[in-house]
Design a protein around this ligand. Structure first.
Ligand code: PEP
Ligand code: MG
Length: 763
């Protein structure tokens, strides 16, 4: 088989892909109906690829793959054999949207035997998904009697043909649309899905499917040189348009979202990606077909990638591929400014950052993605634009239609499509109540958080992006209790140098004005990967080589960061804290590095900070047993209750099966925390807490009840927590809590709610 693949593409004889494509194109141009054309195409593919069987499965509503045409299997199976997406090897190809080649398919655990097809005599199977506009519309597969090893080029050939089939299935009259709304189809019924929130908020609107799809008419080009010239032109136009976008002021000035877009432009210049497109042109494809093919290949490979950073870059490449297509095919080569309804929920399999900016963000009430992580570029941009985002909405793209009403509840990780009237009404009410509450909290902005009995509580925000810094003032926070410096590192394509970091920290301090900022040094490792640092494979990454452990083993990185912080704080207060300190000696070692950097700065006659305070994050339970020693050396302690909780209960904070299993607001958690506060108070060292629980009014109430006088949270929680503090009688709560610490209860939540109810505390 290998020798039937002619590699010379410009020679006299045509390569297999070009010859096969030319024949398929002839069929497409014929006046036959879609079914007749499919029947002919399977025969052509089987003959050309020297396969005994070629079958086309088409996806029908309800995630069913129906055998629509075959050469080699029993004709009576056509329109009778149906597989669920995910069932059997063909179903798996559709589910994972990637090709599969097996020399002995029947041995494969996923093999689903269908006696009506007569396929038991065929051993090898190779199939590829038929992709259209990001959706899998079907599967085309070939089979052989022998245990044939299909080669990569053969897979690629079938993928190329699948592109043509995609158009036929999407646009041909296969009777697919007529039953898409029959009573048995799941379409039209309400759907409730759980997802993961990437950006908080609640949005209601009409679904718009983000699947910019192009109908590529001229798949095969006569002259590859002409296509290369077209490609070059389109690339240069695209770069021009991207530069313009980077210069535009859609987003606030500066900040990480700009860095994200800069990184994205670097990807656009990626030589490997462009080279693959050029090579695809050399096989005989037109420029636009080559872009589409390379993108299909990349997407297919993506499902096998585990590196989250690489997976995210694939989404950026998707974005760029569509942009390049627009320049190749669009009327003036301009990226379309997409028209969307007043209230839109955008639904996409995945998305790059610039694609989101193609939409009018004032109209975007929510974004739903099948794939995307907290660190994805699109999530960062969406947060900057305050658009609620849900991800991990499995298969949503295939399950809903444009125009469906949708509700995105990113605060609770829920999604509703085609919700019934009562659900719609409940959410509309909820949106109204939020607007009213937001107005109430806004009115509290300039008020200090002083309890009913006169105790002042410091309410600070957790930040990580420049965009968060604006909120310090808009919500009336007392300062920044935790600035997660690693976020700025995560969105860059290369390690930021000392000067770049100095600018960043200096901007943060400028934005904060007179309000204090606590910079946390890099907390990388675990799930926070830096694309440019060598990834280490660990069995237990959250208990692994991360945060201060990594920083002490690689002191150059930490020293550069400290140097930048010292320079940024020239003439101002510098507060630094180290994450994941497990024992006092680690803090001491880190503090020595800080001292060395201070001396270095003094030596070069730099302007020194007005004051320097170094603190430790208490996130590992062991440190709680060295507090007297720590308090002699640290200027402050900040409890990271997110990590502390996971280590105290040995319960992975990222494992959804365990979420809610243990409660830090339990006698165990609260007693542990109270001991920390008491020890710090005894030593006269300020203590605060900056984990998620600080932002929940009920938890925050208990924290104040055991003695915390400073807590730090997401800026959106400042209003509700402040309202709670203003209505709280702290001394009474202290007494109430004293009686609860030795209970054997799972949680103290109910007790807290009871107290709040009886004392009129706003929670
Ligand atoms: C924590 O662990 O509570 C914390 C604030 O740090 P992070 O959530 O960034 O790990
Ligand atoms: Mg932590």
């Amino acid at each position: 088989m290998a020798d039937s693949h002619q590699t010379s593409t410009r020679g006299v004889s045509m390569s297999v892909p070009r010859r096969l494509l030319a024949r398929v194109r002839d069929v497409m141009a014929s006046p036959e109906n879609a079914q007749e054309r499919l029947d002919r195409i399977v025969r052509i593919i089987a003959a050309d690829m020297v396969a005994e069987v070629c079958s086309i499965y088409v996806r029908r509503p309800g995630d069913v793959l129906e055998l629509f045409a075959t050469q080699g299997l029993k004709p009576s199976a056509v329109h009778n054999t149906r597989l669920q997406v995910g069932e059997g090897i063909v179903g798996d190809i559709a589910d994972k949207a990637r090709p599969f080649a097996l020399s002995d398919a029947q041995d494969h655990p996923n093999f689903a035997y269908r006696p009506e097809t007569g396929e038991e005599i065929y051993h090898s199977l190779m199939g590829v998904p038929v992709l259209h506009g990001g959706r899998v519309n079907g599967v085309v597969a070939v089979q052989n009697r022998t245990q044939r090893h299909y080669m990569d080029e053969e897979v690629e050939t079938l993928q190329t043909v699948a592109m043509v089939l995609a158009e036929l299935i999407a646009n041909g009259d296969l009777g697919l649309k007529s039953d898409s709304r029959d009573g048995t189809s799941p379409a039209g019924k309400p759907i409730r899905l759980d997802g993961i929130s990437l950006s908080p908020g609640l949005g209601i609107g009409v679904a718009v499917l983000h699947a910019p799809s192009f109908t590529v008419d001229n798949l095969i080009a006569e002259n590859p040189d002409t296509e290369q010239v077209r490609l070059e032109q389109a690339i240069s136009e695209m770069h021009g348009a991207l530069d313009e976008m980077l210069g535009a002021d859609t987003l606030a000035e500066g900040g990480e979202h700009t860095d994200v877009l800069e990184t994205y432009r670097l990807i656009a210049e990626d030589a490997g990606w462009l080279k693959r497109i050029e090579e695809a042109i050399e096989t005989g494809l037109s420029a636009e077909a080559a872009v589409q093919k390379v993108q299909n290949d990349i997407r297919a490979r993506m499902s096998q990638m585990t590196d989250p950073y690489l997976r995210e870059r694939v989404h950026d490449l998707d974005d760029l591929a569509m942009r390049l297509m627009t320049h190749l095919m669009g009327p003036n080569g301009e990226a379309a400014n997409i028209d969307i309804p007043e209230e839109t929920i955008l639904v996409a399999r995945s998305m790059g950052p610039a694609q989101l900016l193609d939409y009018d963000h004032h109209r975007l009430k929510g974004l739903v993605l099948e794939e995307g992580s907290t660190t994805s570029h699109v999530a960062i941009i969406a947060r900057a634009l305050e658009i609620p985002v849900l991800t991990e909405a499995h298969n949503i793209f295939a399950r809903i239609d444009g125009g469906d009403l949708m509700i995105v509840d990113a605060d609770h990780g829920r999604l509703f499509a085609r919700p019934p009237q009562d659900v719609q009404q409940a959410f509309r009410d909820s949106v109204k109540i939020r607007e009213q509450q937001a107005a109430t909290y806004a009115a509290l902005r300039d008020q200090k958080a002083i309890s009913k009995d006169g105790i002042e509580i410091g309410l600070h925000v957790n930040a990580g992006l420049m965009i968060d810094m604006g909120n310090v003032h808009s919500v009336g926070a007392d300062g920044v209790g935790l600035f997660r410096t690693e976020i700025a590192f995560m969105v860059r394509s290369k390690l930021p140098g000392v000067d770049e970091q100095t600018r960043l920290y200096s901007d943060v301090l400028d934005e904060a004005g007179e309000k204090p900022v606590i910079f946390r040094t890099l907390d990388i490792g675990s799930d926070k990967v830096l694309p440019y640092l060598e990834a280490v494979n660990e069995d237990n990454p959250s208990m692994g080589w991360r945060a201060i452990r990594l920083s002490l083993d690689r002191p150059a990185l930490l020293r550069q960061q400290l140097r930048a912080m010292i320079r940024a704080a020239a003439g101002r207060d510098l507060n630094v804290m180290f994450p994941m300190v497990a024992e006092c000696s680690e803090f001491e070692e880190a503090r020595e590095l800080l001292q060395m950097e201070l001396e270095r700065e003094r030596g070069r006659q730099g302007k020194m900070p007005r004051s320097v305070n170094a603190g430790a994050m208490l996130e590992v339970p062991s440190l709680a047993y060295q507090l007297p020693a720590l308090c002699k050396r640290a200027d402050f302690v900040s409890v990271g209750s997110n990590d502390l909780g996971q280590f105290l209960f040995a319960s992975d904070r990222g494992n959804p099966r365990l979420s809610g299993r243990y409660d830090m607001l339990s006698p165990i958690g609260i007693k542990f925390l109270k001991n920390i506060v008491d020890e710090c108070d005894r030593a006269g060292v300020p203590v605060s807490l900056c984990g998620e629980m600080a932002g929940n009014p009920v938890d925050a109430m208990a924290l104040i009840g055991i003695g915390f006088r400073k807590i730090s949270m997401a800026s959106s929680n400042i209003g509700p927590v402040k309202a709670m503090v203003l209505s709280l009688p702290v001394k009474e709560l202290e007494l109430f809590l004293d009686g609860l610490l030795d209970l054997g209860d799972h949680s103290l939540r109910g007790h807290m709610q009871e107290f709040a109810g009886q004392h009129g505390v706003s929670i």
